[in-house]
Design a protein around this ligand. Structure first.
Ligand SMILES: [Zn+2]
Length: 298
């Protein structure tokens, strides 16, 4: 089945990528990186997380960073929140788009947030309407949606349950996250059509990691299933800090390269994106594995 001729890429590197970097990147430098990504044509960026600063000191400057970057026209900025306190801080900071993350499995959610899935959902039921009341766009992110290292496959009914809770509090787009990169193209084909049937009017995105090398193959499978919004990270930075083994997100530049080759529009200029990628690498000091750099070359 052919996918859409136009897709949207959400850059999550400043949140998912940077959160794993020990050396603090100055806030002004983070703002410059976001500006460079926007200049390359990226229109949606998850810029940080309102997680407790003690958990992830790298993202302690989320509110300050937002103040620096919020004025750019045409750039949608979203912040991740893990809990009620994060929600309060994000709303106080004036953030207009929030990704609220819940693990689909108890073991995953306990590793991330120290509570069961149902305990997280209870908080969402209780305070979720405040998000919409504050005029904030909400994205419900489901971590471990495509597999869990302890519990294995996640039953479709469990995903449907989490999605129902997110949608019960108002118009909520759903992000399916392969938080530890264990999905496969077949797993995606086995999961996404059923969810689309269960929620025919929902808006979806997919958040893929590349730990076992299937990130791009999974993105292709998701596109073929009808997904049109893809979350990825510049330079492939990232990886769940609680995953049992290290590894990055799907690289934004590889995703753009793939879609270019499919004749699918992303609105992103690959050359400028690669220049931004090289610059980001020079800042973060990462030496990631080989990735697309000269797409028309060898
Ligand atoms: Zn992630």
């Amino acid at each position: 089945m052919p996918g859409a001729k136009e897709v949207t890429i959400v850059e999550v590197g400043p949140r998912d990528g940077f959160q794993n970097l020990a050396a603090f990147i100055p806030t002004e430098r983070k703002a410059e990186i976001i500006e460079k990504l926007a200049e390359a044509g990226v229109k949606k960026i998850e810029f940080s997380s309102f997680v407790h600063p003690k958990w992830i000191p790298q993202l302690a400057d989320a509110a300050d960073l937002y103040r620096l970057i919020k004025g750019r026209p045409g750039l949608e900025l979203r912040a991740l929140i893990p809990n009620e306190k994060g929600l309060e801080r994000a709303i106080e900071s004036g953030v207009k788009e929030i990704t609220w993350v819940v693990g689909a499995t108890d073991s995953g959610n306990t590793a991330n947030l120290n509570m069961t899935t149902e305990q997280s959902l209870e908080i969402i039921r209780r305070v979720g309407k405040r998000v919409h009341g504050a005029g904030v766009k909400l994205y419900g992110a489901i971590a471990y949606a495509l597999g869990d290292p302890v519990e294995g496959d996640v039953p479709l009914a469990r995903l449907i349950h989490v999605i129902e809770v997110f949608r019960s509090i108002g118009d909520t787009a759903i992000s399916l996250a392969d938080s530890i990169g264990i999905a496969s193209p077949q797993k995606i084909r086995d999961t996404i059509p059923g969810l689309f049937r269960a929620f025919p009017d929902a808006r979806w995105s997919i958040h893929l990691h590349n730990i076992l090398g299937l990130g791009i193959a999974n993105a292709l499978a998701a596109w073929e299933c009808g997904v049109t919004v893809f979350e990825s990270s510049i330079a492939g930075l990232g990886g769940c800090p609680y995953a049992p083994y290290p590894g990055g997100n799907v690289a934004t530049e590889e995703l753009v390269y793939m879609f270019n080759k499919l004749g699918v529009s992303t609105g992103i200029d690959l050359d400028r994106l690669i220049a931004a990628r090289d610059w980001v690498r020079s800042i973060v000091g990462e030496k990631p594995p080989k990735q697309v750099g000269h797409p028309e070359g060898t």
